[in-house]
Structure formats: structure tokens, C-alpha cells
Design a protein around this ligand. Structure first.
Ligand code: NDP
Length: 246
């Protein structure tokens, strides 16, 4: 595997916990300059300090990905600090699973806003710069739930199917501009993600899948692999599941 990571400037959304946090550490350890974003400032500060104490390079900005102007400011911070953006990992997401008849409309709205619009705003914030450079890498987090829908996951799956559709369209539009795209589709990973579930019936039924869950460094390594391939090789999708997940 080529080490095409050293010195790359990588924006990571949802960096305050779980997959985003693990990926920030992994990429920084391999020489990337990471630009961390999420809403919880303390977590971002702690992560950035930890990376810097290990000899890595990190900055952060409190960012709500549902606010387009904040995502634009995040990209601007990366450009002002490092002069370029090599990659963005649009990873922020929420998973308040529920049965549709329970009409948890505000949770549906939040999932659409964070999981879909947040990804779109991330793409919009970096695309002009990447097109100008004719170089860049856009990595978006979908899910196993972006491949199949099931009871309780209809809306969440809808958002994750959307991430895959958007990323594939983007791939075709920007291939000639040398912009790589990667869809990361995790299975069950041990993170804070299930905390957003308010439907008790769903929570009770999740034991088996949560028991099979593996740690987020499994996904961090997948992102590192996609990023580290040579520029003329695009790893377009990776589906990573715990071995024991059905
Ligand atoms: P976590 O809950 O640990 O992380 C979610 C991250 O998203 C947090 O850093 C959170 O930060 C951030 N976030 C949520 N809302 C916003 C917002 N409005 N603006 C900015 N950041 C936001 O879960 P995971 O690490 O598991 O989730 C990461 C991604 O992986 C998600 O897209 C999720 O759907 C996907 N995924 C996870 C799986 C799993 O089993 N864990 C399986 C398949 C996909 P903060 O609250 O500080 O803003």
C-alpha cells in the first residue's frame, strides 16, 4: 500500500466521537493534517490536543453541518491555515431509528438535515477548490443500511441510500477533474450512535446487533486505505461489517 497520506489536509466532520474521532487519530498518525468538526467543542479540543501531543497536526472548528455557512467557514479555515484541502470525510450522522407509524417527524427532519444535507454542504464547501486544483478526495459515510432497508430503519436507510446515490453521481461528474470519491459503509460499530434512539421497541430489539459490534478503528483503517491509494486509483466503496453481524 502506498503511503499517499503524509501532509494531506483532511477535513473530518463528526470528529468529536466514534468513527470520526478514530479516523482523525489514524490519519494524523500517518501524517495527515486533520481539520476537526462537530458541535461539542470540549471533545474537539481534547482530540486536537491529544493529536498534537503525539506529534501530529490538528485544528478544529465548532461546526453544525446543517448550517451551510458554518461548513463553508470550516473549509475556509482549512484553506487559511494550510493553503489547500486534499480530502473531506463527510461523516457526521445520527440514527434515531423508529417505526414510521410512531410519526417521529422531528427525528426524520434531523436525519435528513444531518445525514443528507450535511453531506451536501460538505461537498459544496470543497468542490470549487478541488475542481480548480484538479485534485481531491470526497469520502462520505453511508452504512450497511444504505444497502438494505428494514423495519425501523426506513428513514435512516433512506438517508444512507441517498448518500450512496449522491456520491456515485458526484463520482461520474468529477472523474474527469481527477476528484476521487469513496463511500464508506460500516456495519455495527461500537460508538455513541444508538444513543439517539428514542423508540423503546427498537432499543430493546438491538441486543444482537450491538453485541456483534466492533470498534471504530476498523473504519478508520478503511478510510486510511482509501486515502493512501495512488491518486489514479479510486476506492469507490468499502463495506465493513463485524464478522458475526448477520
Ligand atoms: P457517533 O454518535 O459516535 O458520532 C456521530 C458524530 O456526528 C459525532 O461526532 C457528532 O458530534 C456528529 N454530529 C451529529 N450531528 C451533527 C451536526 N448537526 N453537526 C456536526 N456534527 C454532528 O456515531 P458514529 O461514529 O457511529 O457515526 C459516524 C457516522 O457513521 C454516521 O454518519 C453514522 O450514520 C455512520 N454509521 C455508523 C454505524 C455504527 O454502527 N456506529 C454503522 C453505519 C454507519 P456532535 O454531537 O459533537 O456534533
Amino acid at each position: 500500500m502506498s503511503e499517499n497520506i503524509q501532509g494531506k489536509v483532511v477535513i473530518i466532520t463528526g470528529a468529536s466521537s466514534g468513527i470520526g474521532e478514530a479516523t482523525a487519530k489514524e490519519l494524523a498518525e500517518h501524517g495527515a493534517k486533520v481539520v476537526l468538526a462537530a458541535r461539542r467543542e470540549e471533545r474537539l479540543q481534547e482530540l486536537a490536543n491529544g493529536i498534537k501531543n503525539n506529534g501530529g497536526e490538528a485544528i478544529y472548528q465548532v461546526t453544525d453541518v446543517t448550517k451551510q455557512e458554518e461548513v463553508e467557514q470550516l473549509a475556509q479555515l482549512a484553506l487559511d491555515t494550510y493553503g489547500q484541502i486534499d480530502a473531506i470525510f463527510n461523516n457526521a450522522g445520527l440514527m434515531p431509528l423508529s417505526f414510521m407509524h410512531k410519526k417521529k417527524i422531528s427525528e426524520w427532519d434531523t436525519m435528513v438535515d444531518v445525514n443528507i444535507k450535511g453531506v451536501l454542504y460538505g461537498i459544496a464547501a470543497v468542490l470549487p477548490h478541488m475542481r480548480e486544483r484538479k485534485q481531491g478526495h470526497i469520502i462520505n459515510t453511508s452504512s450497511v443500511a444504505g444497502h438494505k432497508s428494514s423495519p425501523g430503519s426506513a428513514v435512516y436507510s433512506g438517508t444512507k441510500f441517498a448518500v450512496r446515490a449522491i456520491t456515485e453521481g458526484l463520482r461520474q461528474e468529477e472523474a474527469a477533474n481527477n476528484i476521487r470519491t469513496t463511500i464508506i459503509s460500516p456495519g455495527a460499530i461500537k460508538t455513541e450512535l444508538p444513543d439517539s434512539i428514542t423508540d423503546d421497541e427498537i432499543r430493546e430489539g438491538m441486543g444482537e446487533v450491538l453485541n456483534a459490534a466492533v470498534t471504530p478503528d476498523s473504519i478508520a483503517r478503511a478510510v486510511r486505505y482509501a486515502l493512501s491509494e495512488p491518486d489514479d486509483v479510486a476506492v469507490n466503496e468499502l463495506l465493513i461489517r463485524p464478522t458475526q453481524q448477520k
